[in-house]
Design a protein. Structure first.
Length: 239
């Protein structure tokens, strides 16, 4: 490629990077706000999280469209093509994180002020803080193309799984202590599954970073914090 084409291609990649950075910041804020809304029974904040999601969806579409245009114009190969594919993958994961935060916000609206168990929120908040830490670390790893940091996130996903198991047991205990806790704690079970899935998407991004830098893929079997036979709460169908 001549120098003009190289500059134009660099500009295309820079635009993709900026869009991904914006998506990352937006997704992180949605996760934080969703948990704050849940903990404080703040329905206004919960509705704000839900209303933010279309912006994240729009940014993902912009990344995909820009990526397709860049491939068509520049016909990149090798590492350059991996950069574009990586941007598409990361954008998809961040969009899904936004959906999961939206799910938590919607759940907090359903709960409202009814039969809340403040003690039950503690474990969920700890789990959410851990997931946010994974998100921050993996987005930094992506920005810096840092394989070691990405691998650390990939390995720590098992710790989030273990936290989910602990939260699951705690919530069951609250339910057995008082039947009036059942509805509230059942809502929190769905929230904990959404948070665990946020960790899965952070792990996806870690795998993308590894692929970007090396051109290789990580093992199919990720580290796990639970056995396959363990009971899991199903949070599907809300996005």
């Amino acid at each position: 490629m001549d120098q003009h084409t190289v500059r134009a291609y660099d500009k295309d990649l820079d635009l993709l990077e900026r869009r991904i950075a914006e998506m990352g910041g937006l997704a992180e804020k949605m996760v934080i706000d969703a948990m704050d809304a849940l903990a404080a029974a703040d329905t206004a904040l919960a509705h704000q999280v839900v209303s933010t999601d279309p912006r994240l969806d729009m940014l993902q579409r912009e990344v995909e469209e820009q990526a397709v245009l860049t491939i068509a114009r520049r016909q990149p190969v090798a590492i350059d093509l991996r950069e574009i594919i990586g941007a598409i993958r990361v954008a998809g994961d961040l969009e899904r994180v936004g959906d999961l935060a939206k799910n938590i916000a919607k759940r907090s609206v359903k709960i409202g002020l009814e039969s809340r168990v403040p003690r039950a929120i503690v474990g969920i908040k700890h789990m959410n803080d851990f997931a946010l830490e994974l998100m921050k670390d993996v987005l930094d790893a992506y920005a810096q193309r840092d394989i070691e940091r990405a691998l650390a996130v990939w390995e720590r996903d098992a710790d989030l799984d273990a936290l989910e198991d602990s939260v699951f047991r705690d919530l069951l205990t609250h339910m057995m202590e008082d039947p009036r806790n059942i509805t509230f704690c059942a809502h929190l079970l769905f929230c904990s599954k959404n948070i665990e899935r946020i960790g899965d998407h952070a792990t996806n991004i870690a795998e993308t970073v590894f692929y970007l830098v090396t051109g290789s893929t990580l093992p199919t079997d990720r580290p796990r914090g639970r056995q396959e036979s363990d009971i899991e709460a199903d949070a599907g169908g809300e996005s």
